[in-house]
Design a protein around this ligand. Structure first.
Ligand code: FAD
Length: 342
């Protein structure tokens, strides 16, 4: 039964733990709930903001319209493929539960994306990625419904226009489509992805019996837990900035000035720089401004020590961007989404 609530606090709905209220709030259990909301006179004309588990949003102020939380559940193997299976998962499932479930089914491919927080529905929005694998590597298609009139359509992988932390849903028609389910092509045969030197090195030191997809998942979970603060203990939204991509000329200049520069070639004369390294070099690792700071173990993660305001978050983020610009002439771009859109 669709429930529409008024003036709901979103404090427990965002992992950065910023206080903001939604004027209207509804939890969706099936795609048709969107059509029902669009015929409710109280909210039918209002903009609709989609909130998953709130692990990649910055709430700057109250949201003066309608916030919806997709809670559709279910995951299933829907078709056997020659070397694996096509699976379908509903948007309200937790991402890491899906990764664990897929391994339990003997289906491989998602191991490197273990322990990424958030919902399945949000995963295509920014094309989640970690340790050399992105969602788009495994994705078959996405089912999404228009927030304007509720009509639903299937997007093929190509139609999703995936890029680095980017998709059709994020950049082409932002906020216009609510993902209700995704389909993934997974393999029955493990093909372990160990492109990250650190990961490969650690994996090779495992006992033979643990050199399996499950062993890789456990290794990645341990690595993530040692490097990233758990939002349940210290409020954060993971990486606060994207890794910037620069051209050959700037890369060469920086490499001369900073021989220890951390960079990855992207081909075509482009290099992705490690934003965490830039921020650390600019002196922000472990530095605190009031209730917020850049984490002591991972400078890329902005943390709320308790009771922070959105203004404090904005002030710190702006100061970090300014320092990195002054030192490297590289502009950092925020990764989490601002609500309401600034
Ligand atoms: C500790 C930590 C570590 C992280 N590590 C990684 C990482 O390694 N790699 C990575 O890629 N990300 C990482 N993140 C970011 C985050 O986990 C992902 O962005 C995740 O997909 C967000 O899911 P969510 O349900 O919390 O989305 P939310 O934060 O609620 O929403 C994020 C965006 O997605 C949109 N959205 C949500 N659900 C839907 C839907 N059903 N349909 C359409 N749009 C939707 C929202 O409108 C919003 O714009 C990390 C975050 C934290 C806190």
């Amino acid at each position: 039964m669709l429930m529409l609530s008024e003036n709901v606090s979103l404090l427990s709905h965002n992992t950065l733990k910023l206080q903001a209220n939604a004027r209207w709030y509804a939890e969706l259990h099936k795609p048709a709930d969107i059509t029902d909301l669009r015929s409710d006179p109280r909210v039918k004309q209002l903009p609709m903001t989609i909130l998953g588990e709130g692990s990649n949003v910055v709430l700057h102020a109250d949201i003066p319209h309608l916030v919806v939380r997709p809670l559709m559940r279910g995951k299933a193997i829907i078709e056997a493929l020659e070397d694996g299976a096509l699976i379908e998962c509903q948007a309200g499932e937790n991402w890491d539960d899906l990764v664990r479930w897929s391994l339990d089914q003997g289906l491989y491919g998602l191991e490197n994306l273990s322990l990424i927080p958030g919902s399945v529905g949000a995963a295509p929005y920014q094309n989640i990625g970690a340790y050399g694998v992105e969602l788009s590597d495994l994705l078959d298609s996405v089912m999404a419904c228009s927030v304007v009139d509720g009509h639903c359509r299937r997007f093929t992988r190509d139609q999703c226009c995936f890029g680095y932390r980017d998709s059709f849903f994020k950049s082409h028609e932002p906020g216009q489509w609510l993902v209700t389910s995704i389909r993934l092509r997974l393999s029955r045969y493990p093909r372990l992805r160990l492109e990250y030197a650190d990961l490969q090195h650690r994996f090779e030191s495992l006992p033979e019996s643990q050199k399996t997809p499950e062993g890789l998942r456990s290794l990645i979970i341990a690595l993530r837990m040692s490097k990233l603060p758990d939002p349940a203990e210290l409020a954060n939204v993971g990486s606060f900035f994207k890794n910037p991509v620069v051209n050959e000329q700037l890369y060469s200049q920086l490499r001369q000035r900073f021989p220890d520069l951390v960079a990855f070639s992207q081909g075509g004369g482009h290099y992705k720089l490690a934003a965490g390294w830039l921020i650390e070099k600019a002196g922000w690792k472990g530095r605190r401004l009031g209730s917020v700071g850049m984490h002591e173990k991972q400078a890329l993660v902005l943390v709320n020590y308790g009771g922070a305001t959105a203004a404090e978050v904005q002030e710190l983020a702006a100061a970090v961007v300014q320092s990195v610009w002054a030192l490297f002439a590289v502009l950092l771009e925020q990764e989490p989404v601002n609500f309401p859109v600034l």
